[in-house]
Design a protein around this ligand. Structure first.
Ligand code: AP5
Length: 220
């Protein structure tokens, strides 16, 4: 099961990828989470990526392509994956095709999260995350104890790039660089739009798409 999730920042890709990874037992490969972990650990990758992430700009393609290539070759990704946040440019999409073709792993479906810019800006103002990347929302998906992660009680915080000015920059970059992928995947017949709604409704519709496109037999 090889899936791509793409769409604007804050559309709910990570939320749905975390739910689907539990259901299907395949890893969520979130390039944003990988970059944030590298930035926290001050690795050479993190030091190179930080200024782009903080500014809401894309990290250069060559860096991202090498990162994802290495991750897809890890054993847990051999049975399938949910790519969350990659590809984000036509060049990244072409590189992904080459990597997957070489290992005989075609993409089953590319799910497009269709959410308007104004909803995104409001939604990201309420996002809170923990250090491990678990995602909450002050209204739509609050933690059991305010300000604490349900899983380990660690403090929740707002992402630096969720300030409105940076969100608007990320949206601009998204429309320019990533939106063209809709045509690319539509032409290839693997494009599936996912309408916005509450988290449970979006998840139900996502599972229906995944079942149709991959033949997954997992019970609901
Ligand atoms: P990344 O972390 O990938 O950010 P993003 O794509 O902008 O996506 P987000 O993580 O912001 O949002 P999401 O769609 O996962 O939404 P979520 O589920 O959290 O990338 C960050 C940066 O890294 C980039 O700006 C770039 O610099 C760099 N980068 C990463 N990948 C790169 C690449 N391939 N190339 C170059 N650079 C790259 O949900 C958002 C909020 O809404 C949460 O609070 C959630 O609880 C809530 N929510 C979710 N669904 C719903 C719903 N249906 N209704 C109401 N609330 C909802």
């Amino acid at each position: 099961m090889n899936l791509i999730f793409f769409g604007p920042p804050g559309a709910g890709k990570g939320t749905q990828a975390q739910l689907l990874q539990q259901r299907e037992g395949i890893p969520q490969i979130s390039t944003g989470d990988m970059l944030r972990a590298a930035i926290r650990a001050r690795t050479p990758l993190g030091q190179r990526a930080q200024k782009f992430v903080d500014a809401g700009e894309l990290v250069p393609d060559d860096v991202m392509i090498a990162l994802v290539h290495a991750r897809l070759n890890q054993p847990d990704a051999r049975r399938g994956f949910v790519l969350d946040g990659f590809p984000r440019t036509v060049k990244q999409a072409q590189a992904l095709d080459r990597v997957l073709e070489a290992s005989g792993r075609p993409i089953d479906v590319s799910v497009y999260f269709d959410v308007s810019d104004e909803v995104i800006v409001r939604r990201l103002a309420g996002r809170r995350v923990c250090r491990q990347g678990h995602i909450y929302h002050l209204e739509a998906s609050p933690p059991k104890v305010p300000g604490r992660c349900d899983l380990d009680g660690s403090p929740l915080f707002q992402r630096e790039d969720d300030r409105e000015v940076t969100v608007r920059r990320r949206l601009e970059v998204y429309h320019r660089e990533t939106e063209p992928l809709t045509d690319l995947y539509r032409r290839r017949g693997i494009f599936e739009p996912l309408r916005d709604g509450d988290i449970e409704t979006v998840y139900r519709n996502l599972v229906a798409i995944v079942k149709t496109k991959t033949g997954s037999q997992k019970p609901d």
